[in-house]
Design a protein around this ligand. Structure first.
Ligand code: PRX
Length: 630
């Protein structure tokens, strides 16, 4: 049983300088948490009232297990809070976005400029026939237009579904058809490690058999050889906005209207379209950006995530802009042209808050201190981590080498589904390497057994959330059954799917997934999706994939493949299968190892027991195998 194990750890910890707590928006963690517990609705009401509502809400929440509605009857538009509010007030000429390309090209938008661009794109989309409630798929590299497109959708009430630019045609097709997107916004190429990588042909393939798509908007970046626009379907991004007005009134959105859908891997079947709403998501991301990152007006804030993932939605775009922050975005990879590129950006832009992923930290660790040591990192005042466990070694390195033994590290635990940070070590609190921390004020989290009872410190269990929170997912798009599953796995709790353990101080260490998801370099990959990509190859009869621990990526994917009778194992076939996964799902889902096998361990009901494969692979005891079909 998952909960029957003990975990050993030390209680070594670091305590940040008291000034962090004294000067923070939040103040004392305990006090804030108590304020929340005393009256949760009053707590969220106080936060929500810091934002602009066209019509005030009449009730903070309605909880009808497992369905929550927040800020009932409130009318707002998240872009009003991210843009108008700042332009109308003191931040009109403040830098909103600093973008840097791989070749060091820079583009800088003030709040006013960003506002105008968003409104132009919003009008352009309107002219294409996009209206409130329509779905728009955004499949773009990390360029300002990616963010502008998201905000433009939100401006007019269109529901965006951003798909990470590293996904392949089949993955993209299932996300476009799943959401029945009317318009797809893309770019001709993405620049990576000095090369331009074409994107448009992936879209061309992905919209075959996607009958909902009426237009594809193409941002043309390649100036030497501009790609051809197929006018019957395609529209040039800048032509779309050439003759439009830079004014577009925000659509009046109900707090519970959907803001976006974001697909995340499921443990079985197709990816899940997680649905977030306008009001609750806005309040949750604003609150956490303010109180977890403690953003102040003179901060230069850099979250390295791609807006194609939830981290980018919440903490590149919506949260920081709602706070009126200056954000940094780059298309650069962390090791090109050399492993100093991120640290050079920290120095040049004077970054004060850096939010990145353990996989990047471990890569920097491997490449050596000489790279960060070349640059002046003294502007940094807060460091963040997200996406997978920040193991103690990586924490220490981040703390000593980047933070120079004085910058607090926020290891933030949360999910696509939660929309906002849920567990972390709030500024000023003692930081235990390896432990994310405690539930933030506003969240009730615990480590429990399968019946929902708390387990004692040192004993592993399931991480669970007990009460609703504003930015929680409202449903899984077109599949509410899968939404209910989150709430009916552990009695009375939202089951997050992670294993965890607490220390005596009550801090939570996340140990990894308890289901069939593999976190590879911080990206959630569903075993089911990779397996079906493999099985869609003509040589494959059956496939099972597992995650294997890896020092840099956290996990790598290993695939076990049974071939059809008329095919024989060979290295050439392995490469063909890898290529097939690359083309269908994209490079992020490619297995690092493929092993051809004659059979797979299954339960008597025919379910593949990946846990048995994993144990065997790692030379461990497979645990309870009573259901294994011999
Ligand atoms: O397993 C946990 C891991 O990532 C999962 C959520 O993945 P996703 O929806 O893609 O969102 C990632 C970015 C928020 C979680 O269930 N995870 C995320 N953050 C952490 C983490 N595991 C350990 N520590 C974290 N800080």
């Amino acid at each position: 049983m998952a909960e029957d194990f003990d975990v050993k750890f030390t209680d070594r910890h670091y305590t940040p300088d008291p000034s962090y707590r004294q000067n923070s928006w939040l103040g004392d963690y305990q006090k804030a948490y108590e304020e929340f517990t005393r009256d949760p609705d009053a707590f969220w009401d106080r936060i929500a009232s810091e934002l602009h509502w066209f019509t005030p809400y009449t009730q903070v929440k309605e909880w009808n297990f497992p369905y929550a509605r927040w800020f009932l009857n409130g009318k707002t538009n998240i872009t009003y809070n991210c843009l108008d509010r700042h332009v109308l007030n003191a931040r009109r000429n403040k830098v909103a976005l600093i973008w840097r390309g791989e070749d060091d090209t820079e583009r800088i938008y003030t709040y006013r400029q960003l506002f105008r661009e968003v409104m132009r794109v919003a009008n352009g989309l309107k002219n294409l026939g996009v209206t409130k409630g329509d779905r728009v798929c955004i499949y773009m590299p990390m360029v300002p237009e990616q963010i502008i497109s998201m905000l433009a959708c939100a401006r007019i009430g269109a529901v965006h579904s951003v798909v990470f630019g590293g996904f392949g045609a089949a993955a993209l097709n299932s996300r476009i058809t799943g959401a029945a997107a009317k318009v797809v916004i893309t770019a001709d190429v993405t620049f990576r490690r000095g090369k331009s990588i074409p994107l448009k042909h992936i879209i061309e393939e992905a919209i075959i058999n996607a009958p909902s798509v009426e237009h594809v908007v193409v941002l043309r970046r390649e100036t030497n050889q501009p790609v051809e626009i197929h006018r019957e379907m395609e529209v040039d991004f800048y032509e779309m906005i050439r003759d439009v007005q830079p004014e577009c009134e925000p659509e009046i959105m109900d707090a519970e209207d959907p803001l976006f859908i974001l697909y995340t891997s499921g443990s079985t079947g197709a990816p899940k379209g997680i649905v977030h709403t306008c009001g609750g998501y806005m309040v949750g991301t604003y609150y956490t950006t303010k109180n977890v990152f403690d953003i102040k007006d003179n901060d230069v804030y850099w979250c390295t995530a791609d807006p194609g993932w939830i981290t980018g939605h919440s903490y590149v775009v919506y949260g920081p802009l709602a706070m009126g922050a200056t954000i940094v975005l780059t298309e650069s990879t962390p090791d090109f042209p050399d492993p100093g590129v991120y640290w050079r950006m920290v120095e040049e832009f004077g970054v004060t808050i850096l939010y990145t992923a353990p996989t990047a930290i471990r890569m920097f660790m491997k490449l050596g201190e000489q790279w960060p040591n070349k640059y002046n990192l003294s502007t940094l005042r807060i460091l963040g981590s997200v996406g997978e466990p920040l193991n103690p070694e990586a924490f220490e390195w981040y703390y000593h080498v980047i933070g120079k033994d004085k910058v607090p590290i926020l290891d933030t635990w949360w999910q696509t589904e939660t929309g906002m940070h849920m567990i972390t070590t709030m500024l000023g609190e003692p930081m235990y390497p390896g432990f994310a921390g405690k539930a933030i004020p506003g969240v009730v989290a615990d480590v429990v057994d399968k019946d929902g009872n708390p387990v004692p410190p040192g004993t592993g269990g399931f991480l669970a959330i007990r009460e609703p929170w504003p930015s929680m997912l409202r449903t899984v798009y077109n599949d509410d059954e899968r939404y209910r599953k989150y709430w009916n796995t552990i009695p009375g709790c939202y089951a997050v799917g992670d294993l965890a353990v607490k220390n005596k101080a009550g801090c939570i260490m996340v140990l990894g997934r308890s289901d069939d998801l593999i976190v590879v370099a911080g990206h959630n990959i569903g075993t089911a999706e990779v397996e079906s990509a493999l099985v869609s190859h003509k040589a494959v009869a059956e496939a099972a994939v597992i995650g294997k621990p890896d020092v840099v990526k956290g996990n790598i994917i290993k695939a076990f493949v049974i071939l059809r009778v008329d095919h024989t194992p060979s290295d050439k076939l392995k490469n063909e299968l890898l290529y097939h996964v690359r083309i269908t799902l994209g490079p992020i889902a490619m297995p690092s190892e493929i092993e051809f096998v004659a059979s797979l361990p299954k339960t008597r009901s025919g379910k593949i027991m990946r846990r048995v494969l994993k144990a065997k692979e790692m030379g461990m005891d497979p645990g309870d195998i009573s259901t294994l079909d011999e």
